[in-house]
Design a protein around this ligand. Structure first.
Ligand SMILES: Cc1cc2nc3c(=O)[nH]c(=O)nc-3n(C[C@H](O)[C@H](O)[C@H](O)COP(=O)(O)O)c2cc1C
Length: 183
């Protein structure tokens, strides 16, 4: 069983990174092989909206802009489940999460039987600051992506600097539960 965990913060030792580590621990506990990807280490800029707004994303289900998106996109084919973790920025996803998910959605939303995420479980995590303002709207955006990707909504988890201690454990348990659901 292969699980991909995607984090999307520039902060190497912040809350998002801690969520990624706990998700990884939980998945490994349940016997998964884990690929942990930090989008901020990659070159995945925003969608070009090629041609008339749709490029090869709608016809061939691949992005025609050649950068690090291709490899991450292709790797998801072999993944049985996905955990995506974004810091809450302005009540929304981080820029790197939005760039990646925008482009992934364009490739997969209309890919029919070849959809590489359809029926696969996804956990979405929104990691916020002390106020927690905008955590719900960030998770709402993640919910829309998961719907368009036609994946299974395994869980949506909020975590803030205040809830960090117990929610990190929740994330570990959720990752373990996702893997158990695949057995
Ligand atoms: C540009 C920016 C916007 C932010 N907007 C929010 C916000 O709307 N609500 C919130 O609770 N925290 C907000 N924060 C705080 C981050 O969500 C919080 O620090 C989070 O832990 C960041 O993840 P990190 O530890 O991985 O950097 C913002 C931080 C930045 C840098």
């Amino acid at each position: 069983m292969k699980i991909t965990i995607i984090t999307s913060s520039p902060n190497k030792d912040g809350l998002t990174a801690a969520c990624g580590k706990h998700a990884k621990d939980g998945a490994i506990l349940s016997g998964a092989e884990v690929s942990l990807i930090s989008l901020n280490d990659l070159n995945i800029p925003s969608c070009n909206a090629c041609d008339n707004g749709w490029g090869t994303c709608i016809s061939d289900h691949i992005c025609q802009v050649k950068d690090d998106f291709q490899e991450v996109h292709a790797s998801l084919k072999d993944s049985d489940g996905l955990i995506i973790i974004s810091p809450v920025y302005w009540g929304d996803l981080s820029e790197s999460a939005k760039n990646f998910l925008d482009r992934l959605r364009r490739c997969e939303a209309f890919s029919g039987d070849t959809n590489i995420l359809a029926g696969k479980p996804i956990i979405s995590v929104a990691a916020a600051g002390g106020t927690g303002n905008g955590t719900v709207s960030c998770l709402d955006t993640m919910n829309k992506f998961v719907t368009h990707l036609r994946a299974i909504k395994h869980d949506f988890i909020s975590i803030t600097q205040k809830t960090r201690d117990y929610k990190l454990n929740t994330i570990k348990e959720a990752a373990s539960s996702l893997c158990t659901s695949l057995k």
